[in-house]
Design a protein around this ligand. Structure first.
Ligand SMILES: [Zn+2]
Length: 102
């Protein structure tokens, strides 16, 4: 009989509460269609206090050879780079489970 986590009610070996706490950031990668049929990959939920947004944005734009804008805790990249963005963020040290691709 395994121990049950008091927070999520799952057995301790399945509990993800601790990793969620460690990775307080919930990053969402999604596609936004704008006028004139332009498609953007939007990365949102980044903690601007923890992350150098300008630096990250620059790295992403270089990696995907695209333009983009940074607004507070939001990075918009031109084009659809959804899956590649996740792989890139994971490579940069973000936990895969903290990056949600929509
Ligand atoms: Zn738990």
């Amino acid at each position: 009989m395994s121990e049950i986590c008091a927070v999520c009610g799952l057995p301790k070996e399945l509990c993800v509460c601790e990793s969620i706490a460690k990775e307080s950031q919930k990053i969402i990668v999604k596609i936004e269609k704008k006028k004139f049929g332009k498609v953007y990959t939007v990365i949102t939920g980044l903690d601007e206090k923890e992350i150098n947004m300008k630096d990250l944005s620059k790295k992403l734009k270089t990696q995907f050879a695209c333009g983009g804008t940074t607004k507070k805790n939001n990075i918009e990249l031109q084009g659809d780079h959804k899956q590649k963005v996740k792989n890139f963020l994971v490579k940069m040290g973000f936990a895969p489970e903290s990056v949600e691709v929509r």
